[in-house]
Design a protein around this ligand. Structure first.
Ligand code: ZN
Ligand code: ZN
Length: 394
């Protein structure tokens, strides 16, 4: 498989932040927008899923449109992709056209610029191409669509008879699944993204972002006396910082601090069973898992009399979704350090930061997941922002 490349310098992602842009399932509500979240990695922004009006949500948040470099789509259900074209047009200056004979710089697009990258399952490229074609959208910068092809998909071709647009880079890859996963669909010196299929009602993908090993904290005072005594150049500190062991001229061996594991974030799309993610999701610092339906008798007024935990779980699974308990159990299974739930039914309010009744409902959903997970669980609300710290103890 051709290795993903990026001509830009790698990001030093000292801070990793997740901002939830939309946390609703099929129907948006007055307090929840359709699915989307932004991961801020240093100064870059990657978007995961892009439901309707994601661009509006970005404008309401601290996420900067101009910093968005990549979009990852879990599946092509509308509540996860309907916002992609407006976001693409917004990021790549795609609004408005020009009459015949009028100069427009977008007609001489510089294809040497690194393209705006979109990753998704089969159909993502055709969807973007047809939407841009029929809306006569011109972009000022190239974009590219890399598709993660399932074994049952055609492995080659674009899945559309439409011509490639001037703005679409021809470097889009069709990435085959190997041994059940798509490894390193993106990779630079600091970050990599792998993916695996997850069970839903249509082909659906879960993503793992993994940060490279982080150099350990060095205490120079521990090494300086030996370095000076043996007249060793101070540049040796660089090797120690990298975790190497160094033998000095008098035989003394100095050992640099052990590097620490980088952070791992697992972002799932809609699913009733994400178990194929297990090989790439183990020991995640953060798991983001859907919890579309919950059984909350006495708490949610619309609970039907004949609903039971089993019947709600059965209905959720039949529609390709999960309950909070299923999310909690999966978080425990992969040894996740933390779990945040998203993709809630429209009946669950998203204003629990200001409405005490909404807080009771969302706390109860979190508690159902926590019973299985064994740790507190957070329910995402729109525009909620969370920093992912570096783990101190390994
Ligand atoms: Zn959905
Ligand atoms: Zn779906």
């Amino acid at each position: 498989m051709p290795e993903a490349t990026d001509s830009r310098p790698p990001i030093r992602s000292s801070s990793i932040n997740v901002t939830f842009l939309g946390t609703a399932s099929a129907m948006p509500s007055s307090t929840r927008n359709h699915s989307a979240l932004a991961i801020r990695l240093g100064s870059d922004v990657w978007i995961f899923d892009c439901g309707e009006a994601t661009q509006h949500q970005v404008q309401k948040s601290n996420v900067k449109m101009g910093k968005i470099e990549k979009v990852f789509i879990t599946h092509t259900h509308g509540d996860h992709i309907f916002g992609l074209i407006p976001l693409l047009a917004g990021c790549l200056n795609g609004a408005g056209g020009a009459a015949d004979g009028v100069e427009d710089s977008r007609k001489s697009i510089n294809m040497n610029e690194p393209p705006f990258e979109i990753y998704g399952p089969l159909g993502t490229r055709a969807y973007v191409r047809s939407a841009l074609t029929y809306t006569h959208t011109m972009l000022s910068r190239p974009y590219v669509v890399h598709e993660l092809r399932f074994p049952s998909d055609p492995q080659n071709g674009d899945f559309t008879n439409l011509w490639r647009l001037r703005s679409e880079s021809p470097t889009g890859r069709n990435i085959p699944q190997i041994n059940g996963v798509w490894s390193d669909v993106y990779k630079d010196k600091i970050l990599s993204v792998s993916a695996a299929p997850i069970y839903h009602s249509v082909p659906c993908i879960g993503y793992t972002i993994t940060e490279a090993m982080i150099p350990g904290k060095i205490d120079p005072q521990k090494y300086v006396p030996d370095i000076k005594r043996t007249n060793t150049p101070m540049t040796v500190m660089r090797r120690l910082q990298a975790g190497e062991s160094v033998r000095l001229s008098d035989g003394t061996v100095l050992q640099g601090p052990k590097p620490r594991n980088g952070r791992k974030i697992v972002i799932l799309g809609d699913t009733y069973n994400p178990s194929p993610m297990i090989p790439i999701a183990q020991d995640a610092d953060l798991l983001i898992h859907e919890a579309t339906n919950a059984h909350l008798p006495g708490i949610v007024p619309t609970t039907k009399d004949d609903d039971t935990f089993e019947s709600v779980q059965q209905t959720a699974k039949e529609r390709g979704h999960s309950t909070p308990q299923m999310a909690g159990a999966f978080a425990k299974r992969i040894g996740a350090a933390s779990l945040i739930l998203n993709h809630f039914s429209a009946r669950y309010p998203g204003n629990d930061d200001v409405d005490p009744e909404a807080k009771i409902i969302m706390d109860a959903i979190g508690d159902l997941a926590a019973m299985e997970f064994g740790k507190p669980v957070v329910c995402a609300r729109d525009l909620m922002s969370v920093d992912i710290g570096i783990r101190t103890a390994e």
